[in-house]
Write a protein that binds this ligand. Structure first.
Ligand SMILES: Cc1cc2nc3c(=O)[nH]c(=O)nc-3n(C[C@H](O)[C@H](O)[C@H](O)COP(=O)(O)O)c2cc1C
Length: 316
């Protein structure tokens, strides 16, 4: 099928699917595989300026298709990273983890298309007011750092879609064509996948982490750190389970051991950020295969619904 909507047009891609920016995971082979398949790979901009530049250059060696960068505003150590991103010819950026008012004007002036990640209607309105081109609307079922007050995609997407005019990319809980079709029904024009991209052939994490996605059921993740505002959705492990209902303590120090998890496969060494949708993922597959199947399933889901529920719909 052929997609033609605001997201494909603004991003210059064939498939309105983004690979989520995941520090140490969204490395050039993964990002490039996503872009090569016609979707949008994103280089995480959370590392230092030199490493991000190197990742951009290595990705460009692997694909001539468009890819973007994510800028987590609160973690920007040197604003020169913005000039670097522009100089390197990046055209699409998502901003997150901070006020969209901080850099949007500068990014827009430089000619970039800017989408801001939001977890609430209030955040969405603020981002639109600061001039962003679109939103990544992220439900609380997704992996990683979350807003202190959680709202799941089923509620958040149609709410935001009913109140803003800019295009929406849905994140949180999307792993296939069924969930993509659901997100579109709720008002999205694109989707972003994090957890699904961890369990891919091109993902650089240790096999144990990929297998943890496959083995997880839908209740295997939890939000920890509600008491201190650093809310994060992680896999429940021997190391993280004690923090599930904790009112004190801070497991964030475990993030310092992320290499032991990602490179050595010690699932108890750190925080395995995974979303609830891990419960729906049961195999490790190449990126191109996942994207091809997602598009086919999106198409067949929409057709099946039309032929089942619309009396006057053409069958096929
Ligand atoms: C292993 C892993 C690591 C992540 N690390 C980051 C990160 O470094 N920065 C970030 O903005 N989001 C990070 N995320 C969150 C994703 O960007 C995305 O918002 C989330 O995965 C979407 O929900 P899903 O997992 O249900 O697809 C991470 C997600 C995963 C699965």
């Amino acid at each position: 099928m052929t997609f033609a909507n605001r997201v494909t047009q603004m991003l210059g891609v064939d498939i309105p699917i983004l690979q989520a920016p995941m520090g140490h995971i969204a490395k050039p082979p993964l990002v490039a595989a996503v872009s090569e398949a016609g979707a949008m790979g994103l280089v995480p901009g959370s590392l230092g300026i030199d490493e991000v530049r190197e990742d951009i250059r290595r990705t460009r060696e692997l694909t001539d298709k468009p890819f973007g960068v994510n800028l987590p505003i609160a973690f920007v150590r040197d604003v020169a990273i913005i000039d670097m991103i522009v100089e390197e010819g990046i055209r699409f950026i998502t901003t997150s983890a901070g006020s969209p008012a901080t850099h949007t004007a500068r990014l827009k002036e430089a000619g970039l298309t800017v989408f801001h990640v939001v977890p609430s209607l209030r955040g969405a309105k603020k981002a639109v007011d600061s001039g962003v081109d679109g939103l990544v609307v992220e439900g609380s079922e997704g992996a990683g750092f979350k807003a202190p007050r959680e709202v799941s995609s089923m509620v958040l997407l149609p709410l935001v879609a009913s109140q803003v005019g800019v295009p929406i990319i849905a994140a949180g809980g999307i792993a296939d064509g069924h969930s993509m079709a659901a997100a579109f029904a709720l008002g999205a024009e694109g989707v972003q996948m994090g957890t699904r991209m961890v369990a891919t052939l091109e993902s650089p994490v240790h096999q144990n982490m990929k297998q943890a996605v496959v083995d997880a059921d839908e209740t295997a993740t939890m939000l920890i750190n509600k008491h201190n505002g650093k809310q994060v959705r992680v896999l429940r492990t021997e190391a993280t389970a004690p923090f599930e209902l904790a009112n004190e303590g801070d497991p964030m120090a475990l993030l310092g051991n992320i290499y032991a998890l990602y490179a050595e496969g010690d699932i108890n060494a750190s925080l395995a950020q995974l979303g609830q949708v891990a419960g729906r993922i049961d195999e490790i597959a190449p990126v191109a295969e996942i994207l091809r199947r997602t598009v086919e399933e999106f198409d067949s889901t929409l057709r099946a619904m039309a032929s089942r529920y619309l009396a006057d719909a053409p069958v096929g």
